[in-house]
Design a protein around this ligand. Structure first.
Ligand code: SF4
Length: 374
């Protein structure tokens, strides 16, 4: 069997700030196989984007520091050699970032940025002379071919008047259009591995659906493998083969998409599903409190201050390992034991993990931190 495209093992990332040391990633493990789409889901602030940037090699260091762990891309340990990581990233990987204004230059047109991405994506440096030659040789056959490819891709991303958009600057576009330009720039070189960080959050649902279909078509027909970061469980269900649920810097539960929706086990996963707004007119149930402070995270299971199934004397003692609870299904929770079947584990989840309507629970909790005993 061939190596997975991506293997992340026990990844720890900390940040030094004036407030102190933030222990953000606390042992992340995940695997993406060839041609697979894996979704990384969780609340804002749980470490999803930090995981994506660390894999892509764009983590700002400092203040970030990779304290421990391995990232293997097609068997190569990319953290062991920065030059190798940089080369693989330029030649084979791509990332759609969350905030288009941060990643699009305000002083270049969309056409010139797309042309640079095609021509120079595998280079570290580009001289001013090369850039100047590009501007005066704008009508060269190569540039015309890049322009045609850009127009085709922008059209497939449902951008109206793609020819006109190429001559504009980012400030002249709406937020949704800028986001789609960023998606086009990430796809134009046909990467083998894509990290998509909340790529459709700024888009309305019909455009979102078309973009998800385009990404799906790429994974099915062009052997693209993808790590899709989102807080939206509906999007994850639509696009992913496998889901990793992340909480406060580590993986709480993972499994094939349908298994995770049919038999959610970890109290955090069950809370996320209970938090989805209902159309019945009743208040949705959900998780009280918020993500903990990473300078002083709760001991043991970091979810224990918010967990409805918390077991005193157990859960705050040590961080739970992930237990095997069915085919390719794992969960990091002391309610379960290694080797249980999914249905045995689901019986436990249904009897032990209960979420009450959020307005009742809110009155009893004060949010993050280790709030037990109050
Ligand atoms: Fe809840 Fe304990 Fe499981 Fe953590 S280990 S999720 S606190 S039951």
């Amino acid at each position: 069997m061939s190596d997975p495209v991506l293997e992340v093992q026990d990844l720890h990332v900390h940040f030094d700030t004036y407030e102190g040391r933030h222990e953000v990633l606390n042992g992340v493990d995940l695997t993406v196989e060839e041609g697979e789409t894996v979704a990384l889901v969780g609340e804002t602030g749980c470490g999803k984007s930090v995981t994506g940037k660390t894999i892509m090699g764009t983590l700002p260091r400092p203040p970030g520091e990779i304290v421990a762990g391995e990232i293997r891309y097609r068997g190569t340990d990319v953290l062991a050699d920065e030059a190798v990581h940089d080369r693989i990233k330029r030649e084979q990987m791509s990332m759609i970032f969350q905030d288009p204004m941060t990643y699009l230059s305000p002083v270049f047109t969309i056409e010139s940025m797309m042309r640079d991405v095609v021509k120079y994506h595998d280079r570290r440096d580009v001289s001013w002379w090369e850039m100047f030659s590009d501007i005066i040789g704008r009508d060269s056959a190569e540039n015309e071919e890049i322009r045609d490819r850009s127009i085709d891709l922008l059209r497939r991303l449902q951008i109206p008047d793609p020819e006109g958009i190429l001559d504009r600057y980012p400030v002249e576009l709406s937020g949704g259009m800028r986001q789609r330009v960023l998606i086009a720039m990430a796809l134009i070189n046909e990467p083998e591995f894509l990290i998509a960080d909340e790529p459709t959050t700024a888009l309305d649902v019909t455009v979102q659906d078309q973009i998800l279909n385009l990404l799906k078509e790429r994974t099915e027909n062009r052997n693209l493998s993808m790590l899709y970061i989102t807080h939206n469980l509906g999007v994850a269900r639509q696009i992913a083969d496998k889901i990793y649920v992340m909480y406060a810097g580590s993986i709480a539960e993972s499994g094939p998409t349908e298994t995770l929706f049919d038999a959610p086990l970890h109290p955090y996963t069950r809370g996320l599903l209970a938090s989805i707004p209902k159309l019945t007119g009743f208040e949705s149930e959900g998780i009280s409190g918020s993500i903990p402070n990473y300078t002083d995270p709760p001991s043991g299971c970091r979810f224990h201050p918010r967990c409805p199934a918390y077991m005193e004397g157990v859960c705050e003692q040590s961080h739970p390992e992930r237990f095997d609870v069915g085919t390719d299904h794992e969960t990091a929770c002391y309610l379960y034991e290694d080797g249980m079947t999914t249905s045995e584990a689901l019986d436990i989840a249904e009897s032990e993990v209960r979420y009450e309507p959020s307005r009742l629970v809110e009155a009893q909790h004060d949010g993050g931190g280790d709030g037990r005993g109050e």
